[in-house]
Design a protein around this ligand. Structure first.
Ligand code: HGY
Ligand code: MN
Ligand code: MN
Ligand code: MN
Length: 417
C-alpha cells in the first residue's frame, strides 16, 4: 500500500476548535474535583478511561488503532510496515494530583496537528502515528516510563514483574485486571525499527520560555536523574514514656537527611527532592520503627549528580550512626543524560524558522527513553508559572494552539517531503 490515504478532515472548523473539542472530552477523566488534580495511575479505571478516549479519537479519524505488547497505544495513518514512520505522542497518566497538561497536552496536540495537516491537504510520503505511552510517571509502581522502557529493552520482563503498588498488587496482576496479557510484555525492536523519527510535544516544566517570551521551544537535553530509596530502621517505642536519650528514632535521621539533600543540591547547582515517605507503624504516639524516604535527584551532568547523591548518603550515614539507626540505600531507577540528536533537533528548528529557543530540562520523558533506539526530538509549550506535577500547572490557550501549529509544521516537514 502506498502513502497514507488522502487527507480527510475531522474535528470542526479550525485547529483550535478540534484541540478544544478533545481537551473538553479528556479534561474530566481521572480528575479529583476536591483538588483539581489528576489521579490517572497505570492500569486503573481512570487509565482505562484515558485509553478509551485515545481509541475513540483514533477511530473518529479513521486511523488504524492498535495496542502493542506493552500496552502502549498507537493510531496509524498509512502502513507501518513501510517503515521510516514519523511518530508523535506522549503519555496520559499522571503523578498523584498532577496537572492537566503534563502528558495529555502532547497527545491532544498530536491528534490536532494531524487534523491541521488534513485541513492543509497534506500528502504524506511516510507513515504517521500518534502514540500514548503507558505508565510514564511511575506513580503507581514507582518506576517512570514503564511502557517505553519495556519497548526499548531498558526494563526486562523479570524486573517489570517485580514491580508492586502500595497495596502489593504486581504490575502483571494490574495489567491482567485491565484486560492486557502481561505474558506479552518485553522489548519491541521491530516496532521501534519502523520509526524514522519520534517527536514529543510537552508542556514546559519550568519557566525558560516564559522568561524568553517564546510560545514554543525545542529540547536540547534531559538531565541525568534517578530515584534512591533510603530505609531508616530504628526502634519503635512509646512517644510519651521513652526518654529522648533512650530513643533510636529514624524520623530524626530522615529529617536531617532531607536537610542535607537540600544543602548538597544547592552547593552543586543540582536538584534533590524527598517527595515520598512511608512510616511504620505510622502512629501519632509511636516512635517509628522504620522510615522509608525516596530521593529524586537530578543535575546538569553525571559527575555533579554522583557528587550530590554521595554527599547525601554520607550525611545520612553519619547521622544514622549518631541516632543508633540502621540505614540502607537502594538505587531504584536511573536515567543517564540524554542529548537529543542534533540533526533532528536542528531540522525541527529549520522547519520552524530557525529562531526557536533550545532548552534543557530536568524532567524525564518517553522521548528520552526512546532516544536510545530512535531519532527523537521534543517541542515544549510555554508554561507561564513553570509549575508542574501540581493542579496549578497551566498553559495559555493561544500557546497550546501555537504548539499544535508548530507540531503540524514539523510533521509536515518530516512526513510530507
Ligand atoms: O519524573 C519526571 O521527570 C517525569 O515527569 N516522569
Ligand atoms: Mn511528569
Ligand atoms: Mn510528562
Ligand atoms: Mn514524561
Amino acid at each position: 500500500p502506498g502513502p497514507a490515504g488522502p487527507a480527510s478532515g475531522t474535528g470542526t472548523g479550525s485547529t483550535a476548535a478540534s484541540f478544544h473539542e478533545m481537551w473538553r472530552d479528556l479534561r474530566p477523566v481521572g480528575r479529583d474535583a476536591s483538588t483539581g488534580g489528576y489521579r490517572r495511575y497505570a492500569w486503573t479505571g481512570a487509565d482505562a478511561d484515558c485509553r478509551s478516549w485515545f481509541r475513540a479519537q483514533a477511530e473518529a479519524r479513521g486511523l488504524a488503532y492498535e495496542t502493542d505488547r506493552n500496552g502502549n497505544q498507537w493510531a496509524w495513518l498509512g502502513d507501518p510496515a513501510r517503515g521510516d514512520a514519523v511518530v508523535t505522542g506522549s503519555h496520559l497518566d499522571s503523578v498523584p494530583d498532577g496537572g492537566a497538561f503534563d502528558g495529555p497536552l502532547g497527545v491532544v496536540s498530536s491528534f490536532a496537528a494531524l487534523d491541521e495537516l488534513r485541513r492543509r491537504g497534506a500528502k504524506f510520503s511516510r507513515p504517521l502515528a500518534v502514540t500514548n505511552f503507558g505508565d510514564e510517571e511511575g506513580a503507581r509502581f514507582g518506576l517512570a516510563c514503564v511502557g517505553s522502557r519495556l519497548s526499548a529493552g531498558q526494563l526486562t520482563r523479570e524486573k517489570a514483574y517485580e514491580l508492586r503498588d502500595a497495596d502489593g498488587i504486581s504490575l502483571p496482576q494490574a495489567m491482567e485486571a485491565a484486560g492486557y496479557d502481561p505474558a506479552a510484555i518485553g522489548p519491541d525492536p521491530e516496532r521501534l525499527a519502523r520509526i524514522g523519527a519520534f517527536v514529543e510535544l510537552h508542556v514546559e516544566q519550568g519557566r525558560a520560555l516564559d522568561l524568553s517570551g517564546d510560545a514554543v521551544g525545542i529540547a536540547s537535553a534531559i538531565w541525568p536523574h534517578g530515584r534512591w530509596r533510603f530505609d531508616f530502621a530504628g526502634e519503635a517505642n512509646h512517644a510519651g514514656t521513652t526518654r529522648l536519650a533512650d530513643r533510636r528514632d529514624p524520623m530524626l535521621t530522615y529529617a536531617q537527611t532531607v536537610l542535607a539533600a537540600r544543602r548538597e543540591a544547592e552547593l552543586a547547582g543540582a536538584v534533590a527532592t524527598f517527595g515520598k515517605i512511608s512510616v511504620e507503624p505510622n502512629g501519632v504516639n509511636a516512635i517509628p520503627s522504620l522510615v522509608r524516604g525516596w530521593l529524586d535527584s537530578r543535575a546538569p551532568d553525571q559527575a555533579t549528580l554522583d557528587t550530590v547523591v554521595a554527599a547525601v548518603e554520607r550525611a545520612a550515614r553519619e547521622r544514622a550512626e549518631r541516632d543508633g539507626v540502621d540505614l540502607s540505600v537502594v538505587q531504584e531507577s536511573f536515567t543517564p543524560v540524554i542529548e537529543f540528536e542534533h540533526a533532528l533537533r536542528d531540522e525541527l528548528n529549520k522547519i520552524l524558522g530557525g529562531a526557536v529557543p533550545v532548552l534543557g530540562t530536568g524532567a524525564g520523558h518517553d522521548a528520552g527513553i526512546l532516544s536510545t533506539s530512535v531519532p527523537t526530538a521534543m517541542l515544549f509549550v510555554r508554561n507561564p508559572t513553570g509549575v508542574s506535577h501540581s493542579p496549578a500547572e497551566s498553559a495559555a490557550e493561544d500557546d497550546c494552539v501555537a504548539g499544535v501549529l508548530a507540531l503540524a509544521d514539523v510533521l509536515e516537514g518530516l512526513a510530507c517531503r
